[in-house]
Design a protein around this ligand. Sequence first.
Ligand SMILES: Cc1cc2nc3c(=O)[nH]c(=O)nc-3n(C[C@H](O)[C@H](O)[C@H](O)COP(=O)(O)OP(=O)(O)OC[C@H]3O[C@@H](n4cnc5c(N)ncnc54)[C@H](O)[C@@H]3O)c2cc1C
Length: 503
Amino acid sequence: MQAVKSVVILGGGTAGWMTAAALLHRLGKLGVTVTLIESSQIGTIGVGEATVPAIKRYFESLGLDAYELMRATNGTIKLGIEFDGWRHEGHSFIHPFGRYGIQAGPVAFHDLWNRLRAAGESAPLDDYALGAQLARAGRVFLPPREPRGDFEQFDWAVHFDAGRFAQYLRQFCEARGVRRIDARLQEVRLHPEAGHIEQLLLDNGESVSGELYIDCSGFHRLLIDGALHAGFEDWRHWLMCDRAIAIPCVAADPVAIAPYTRSRAMAAGWIWRIPLQNRVGNGYVYSSDHVSDDAALQALQGQLEGEALAAPNPLRFRAGHVRKFWLKNCVAIGLAGGFLEPLESTSISLIQMGIDKLLHLWPDTAMPPGFAVEYNRLSIQEFERIRDFIILHYCANHRAGGELWRYCRDMKLPDSLNHKLELYRARGLIVQYESEAFFDPSWVCMYANFGIEAQSWDPLANLLPIDELREVTRRLRGDIAAIAREGTTHREFLRLAGALAVT
Ligand SMILES: Cc1cc2nc3c(=O)[nH]c(=O)nc-3n(C[C@H](O)[C@H](O)[C@H](O)COP(=O)(O)OP(=O)(O)OC[C@H]3O[C@@H](n4cnc5c(N)ncnc54)[C@H](O)[C@@H]3O)c2cc1C
């Protein structure tokens, strides 16, 4: 058995460089070599600026300092996502990276909250999450090492300039001996009988071979689908948005940086706002069945808070994934593997999951098929779990007007999501499957904020006198609000952490 030692990555976007950096860092000393082919003529997708807390694990795995990386990429802190107008116009809530309230012994906070709600208590769930309150206050501090309760447990992620992030990783890889080729792929040579990839022919006349090929060619899917015909599982019937336009702009207030992403529901989709140190990223994700490209562009331009800093970047996509992420001697990572709209900023974390699985299942040159089967099983599960969570944001809406929103309320849901909804409605139970990316607090956040009501709850929650429960939670809300006010302003936090960019 000879472990794979030579890897060829096609694509130098976030996926290509993240993969190259991880492989070189983890396997370079063992003699594994990486060749990365990218085309500066084609370029990268140019979006992908909001992350989830898992990104910090990636930084750590490479020995990178998060603040240094933020300095290099105009990065900011992200405590969660504000959903504005998703339930209905005028309603807003934050999906924080963190927990809510306090447990009462074995009784989960959401059971207490459900009981309080049934007794007429109207305080929103946001009031019980320190992460959400900090975000609303525009303030930041790091999660305490020894939290006094669930309410003090929160986490953070980053927003960054995707181009600069790829650039940073490229330098990291170049220092570790990556071979980078700037050329366009022209032809893929397959083995005539076995059908695996033998050679990539480039427009500069070079031909490149390796033992393992990683397709990071983005939506082009040149290897996994173009050459190997993996096929595509299309989820448009559940996730109708298939286009986006992105425009960065000057921030209305360049000093006060919001420590969260904002997602504002629109007639035919939603608009993101991602604050960086030096600008704001904006984009309208929409369904082409429900709005024209021109009207979408106009709607986005109407929402820009400052002067546009670049021409509109129009993008087309399909929700879903390739049927096989690993096929013969090729593994697809990043957009080449699949895409779920960026509502919960999950694509970069899916790249991480792809890299982690590949490292775990690192093959020998015989490429035992069982490894691919396992990789594919896990990848499909990961996509399906995130898919269900994103669908929940759409199907639970109460928005007036808008054909898209009506469609989403009425559509037939995946059985896996129906099962979760049934058990939550019946008893406030949170069902978790294997490979979940979102845990109990995230599901509670959506159920509660979209007004999905639990008919009942853990009966142990009834053992606490309701007046006592009201009093404890009233004090808790006050404490959380007071602690949030003690945070530092976001810009000052970045300065103190050494994360402010020099330019
Ligand atoms: C509208 C939108 C918003 C998004 N927002 C987020 C977000 O907030 N958070 C998040 O986590 N993710 C987000 N994503 C996803 C994120 O952008 C991607 O996951 C990430 O950028 C990785 O892209 P990639 O590297 O797979 O593909 P790309 O960036 O498209 O890179 C593809 C690479 O392949 C190369 N290539 C293509 N064809 C050839 C060829 N013939 N020859 C040689 N090279 C070739 C290109 O030059 C490029 O280097 C968003 C995506 C979209 C569409």
